[in-house]
Design a protein. Structure first.
Lengths: 418, 418
């Protein structure tokens, strides 16, 4: 069978499964999540062998240590993945929630009820844990899922999906609720983007190339788990010791993630005092600095920040630093160059805090805290399937609720419209 | 200037305006809506002259009476359009609503706040009232709007937009909050679909050709104001006199709208009694019947329904009728052929009502009421910008809330992540 009909068949089976999934009780879904977690541990040897094969192939291709680490499974990591499924089982079931309900003058009762989206397709990088996390979150929210992971994780994903899918059907989940696209070709991804009528939402997680391809090719609704070009702005009225702690944390605590800060903006009235302190803090931690002219005047060792740098999510120990003359300039810079992910102000000024929170057009806006908190678990929402930087449907960490839609149920006694 | 740069400039101006719009007080927005309503009446002569020009050109092209009627303005209609703006002024401002708020263990305060989407682009048919309605709803929800109406209404839209835009800026609304794309070419529409970074959501309202073009070309997020292939299912346990009233209302009260019914499904156990009654009711009202074999056995005058008919939104006095042997068959037919808009069951069976409400995958599911109620005003939500049949972001009538997004505002005292 060719890739096109193969993906179409997956889509059809997923749509069929989604009808049955929508009506499952929470009890059945939770039992299945538990069975999936148990099956992962029971099949650990089989899973780790498949992963070793992926690792060997990736190493042979000369893949970098960072990517290899993301790809690698071991017993501890597999246990954590299994525990994530048990954590999802504990979360409240979003399906069936009556979001609101009222009566209209003619006597009709209207309820707005939360329902699954239907079929979720996900295209993501070579991280096997995402395979299991996505399957668990989609199952709990009553959706069928079609997974298309990175090619480097193909062996791991095939075995993981086989194991959890079998455990799920054994616990009463319909066949084809969890499927993986076996081809890791670009063609297969493109077909998935064009399955209108079968895929209710596509969640792409990956770099600029994937996002560009989705923009060009997708015909199905998309939830971008977007990039994060995040900022910390140290205001004129900042508590400078607090600002130092926040800048260090936002940049250095885990530089490879999307909520790490990339650009530091400093108000000119505190630049003379703050920039040298921040430079020392950052360089001491191995951060390469790219500064504008005023930063370089204070610290000539810094290289010159280019226009490109203000747009860049470095994802590593590099930070661009710019001196600004006003809150307006800071807000304007962030709204221009930022990706609408997470941005922070450090200030003791009520007015500056209020304006920053209102005017910054991002999923998460922080006052006096690190950008690193944009995360489903940190927000107390439980596991997330990604962090949305788009404005439709879901913004910020996407938990179970982001995987649902609504419908109106209208009950009458024979009402007709005049 | 060519169309491409022209549309890009509109987008840039709209994005700039959207920043200022987001922070406007409700008072300023309501004053502007009132000023816009007054300006429409004060400029009635000018507006009606432009509309006459559109009507004359459309008539010369031999446009049908139905479309001409949608295009036509007169003093009464203009007054209604102005009153619609005043109705929007009365609606609660969605912007700034704290949807929820909580504290997490480390002391961070998190609020989920409703904010405007930013820039809304709308592509729609030749109905001048939509121009004003959309401008009013977008303004109240703090969005900039870029309008691209049907070419037949070009003169009307240009004057209407000029009048309301001038009134709005006079009342303190930023320049370029309400703009119209002057070119009604397909190229202009395509450019609007590709303005990523400037257009936060595109709302296409129109026929299958427009939807197809949006599917092929759009790179910006889309909210489809979709088609309605709506059904009434008369169950084995239906109150037949009620079923007759509902079928007549759903099909005949206003056949040209999206929530009118197109297909009638009848359970075989009541078909002998119900089909002849329904056929008489419908043919008496000028409805052409297309039936399956079992319907034609009961009423040989009916023409034969084709596979194509089950998929079709007739938008006129035609109804397809099919006899089904079970609730399952009815649900399966609707979920297969329907457009996920509005579908009704007529039944006195608790079990059938419950299953239909749960298993039909549509924006609005009715028990013992006409499908004709799917409408913002009928639901008590106020004016709507369209009815969504997609599952992301908004489903069913899209009022002010559908024109908003959310953001997280996180306030701390120096928190950093461990």
């Amino acid at each position: 069978m060719d890739v096109k009909s193969d993906v179409l068949e997956l889509g059809k089976r997923a749509k069929k499964a989604s009808r049955a999934l929508a009506s499952l009780t929470t009890g059945v879904k939770n039992d299945a999540l538990t069975a999936m977690a148990e099956a992962l541990m029971a099949n650990a040897e089989h899973i780790l062998a498949a992963n070793e094969k992926d690792i060997a192939e990736a190493s042979a291709k000369g893949i970098g240590a960072n990517l290899l680490d993301r790809l690698m499974l071991n017993t501890t990591r597999l246990k954590e993945i299994a525990e994530d499924l048990l954590d999802v089982a504990v979360l409240a079931d979003p399906v069936g929630e009556v979001v609101k309900g009222w009566k209209v003058p003619n006597g009709l009762s209207i309820r707005l009820v939360r329902v699954p989206l239907g079929v979720v397709a996900m295209i993501y990088e070579a991280r096997p844990n995402v395979t299991v996390d996505a399957a668990g979150l989609c199952l709990k929210s009553g959706n069928a899922v079609v997974l298309r992971g990175g090619s480097m994780a193909a062996n791991s994903n095939a075995v993981l999906t086989e194991v959890i899918s079998k455990a799920a059907t054994g616990a009463g989940i319909p066949e084809s609720a969890i499927q993986v696209v076996s081809s890791t070709s670009r063609e297969a991804a493109n077909e998935l983007m064009r399955l209108e009528g079968y895929v209710d939402v596509l969640i792409p997680r990956g770099g600029p190339d994937l996002i560009k391809s989705v923009l060009e090719n997708s015909r199905v609704p998309v939830l971008y788990a977007g990039a994060g070009n995040c900022h910390v702005y140290v205001d004129a009225a900042a508590d400078l010791p607090m600002a130092r702690r926040i800048v260090i944390n936002a940049k250095c605590q885990r530089p490879s993630v999307c909520n790490a800060a990339e650009t530091l903006l400093v108000h000119s009235s505190v630049a003379d005092r703050f920039v040298p302190l921040a430079m020392a803090d950052l360089t001491e931690r191995g951060v390469e600095i790219r500064g504008d002219e005023r930063v370089r005047a204070l610290h000539p060792e810094a290289s010159t920040a280019t226009e490109e740098d203000w747009w860049t999510e470095f994802h590593e120990l590099i930070m661009a630093i710019k001196v600004v003359d006003s809150l307006d300039e800071a807000i304007d810079h962030i709204n221009t160059y930022g990706s609408g992910h997470s941005d922070a102000i450090v200030t003791e000024s009520y007015e500056a805090a209020r304006r920053f929170a209102e005017e910054i057009d991002s999923a998460a806006v922080y006052v006096n805290a690190s950008t690193r908190f944009t995360d489903g678990a940190q927000f107390g929402m439980g596991a997330e399937i990604g962090i949305s930087t788009q404005k439709l449907h879901a913004r910020g960490p996407m938990g179970l609720q982001a995987l649902t839609s609504m419908k109106y149920v209208v009950e009458g006694t024979g009402q007709t419209r005049e």
